[in-house]
Design a protein around this ligand. Sequence first.
Ligand SMILES: Nc1ncnc2c1ncn2[C@@H]1O[C@H](COP(=O)(O)OP(=O)(O)O)[C@@H](O)[C@H]1O
Ligand SMILES: CC(C)(COP(=O)(O)O)[C@@H](O)C(=O)NCCC(=O)O
Ligand SMILES: [K+]
Length: 257
Amino acid sequence: MLLAIDCGNTNTVFSIWDGARFIATWRTSTEHQRTADQYYVWLSTLMDFQGIKAEITDMIVSSTVPRVVFNLRVLADRYFNTRPLVVGKPDCLLPIDVRVDAGTQVGPDRLVNTVAGYSLCGGDLIIVDFGTATTFDVVDHDGAYVGGVIAPGVNLSLEALHQAAAALPHVDISRPQGVVGTNTVACMQSGIFWGYVGLVREICARIKGERDRPMRVISTGGLAPLFQQSADLFDEFREDLTMHGLTEIHKYNSIQV
Ligand SMILES: Nc1ncnc2c1ncn2[C@@H]1O[C@H](COP(=O)(O)OP(=O)(O)O)[C@@H](O)[C@H]1O
Ligand SMILES: CC(C)(COP(=O)(O)O)[C@@H](O)C(=O)NCCC(=O)O
Ligand SMILES: [K+]
């Protein structure tokens, strides 16, 4: 079975794919100090707890944090006796073209999202991923990644307000009832929430205008459900988009050899 690992700047998600579906998914915070042994203790405890007897034979990793890859390689080698595919490394082939400026290192998560979006929904897509950063990935008619937009993440923006202004507390994001807040927390939530709705709407409209063709907008990432329910910004929400892309890339590389 395949162990697929998606490391974002905030969270790392592990999923086990049995060839047809994900039989388990677990999330931990991303910490580059975590050793292979620590990963294995955590993972095997959760597998035992859920009665999962899966034998891991393959592993694929996408990481926006380069430093965590070393320990994940050790995990693969020491505990699963396999060599992981690492998205973005030369030996990991992609079933799509990447058409960006020469020398640009595109985040592997964005390439994985592109592969997943094209395989599930076809071409001409805008994929909005609400992670640590909020990314917009533009997928051409033939599935190629052709660029996008990087904006600060929702929680990052709230945290920046709290860090920079002495009188602003730490707040969790939520959808405010109205726009005009009558207390500090409501004012901050309104600024971020409605600001984000505007940001997504404007950026998608401008991308569509620049490309001059109809494009479907897909949302994913930790905070996507909040915006999916709240505004008519997206055509579709795909919770496991990145994981799906990892299984597609693994399949593609298995066929090539
Ligand atoms: N279900 C959730 N509810 C509220 N916040 C969440 C949820 N899932 C993730 N988050 C928060 O959303 C942000 C993005 O999370 P995530 O998508 O895991 O980021 P990344 O992929 O960059 O690690 C983080 O600040 C995280 O704490
Ligand atoms: C933009 C990102 C920080 C998003 O990461 P995430 O929010 O998923 O942790 C990541 O995709 C990245 O480091 N990209 C490199 C630059 C680029 O994609 O152009
Ligand atoms: K991500």
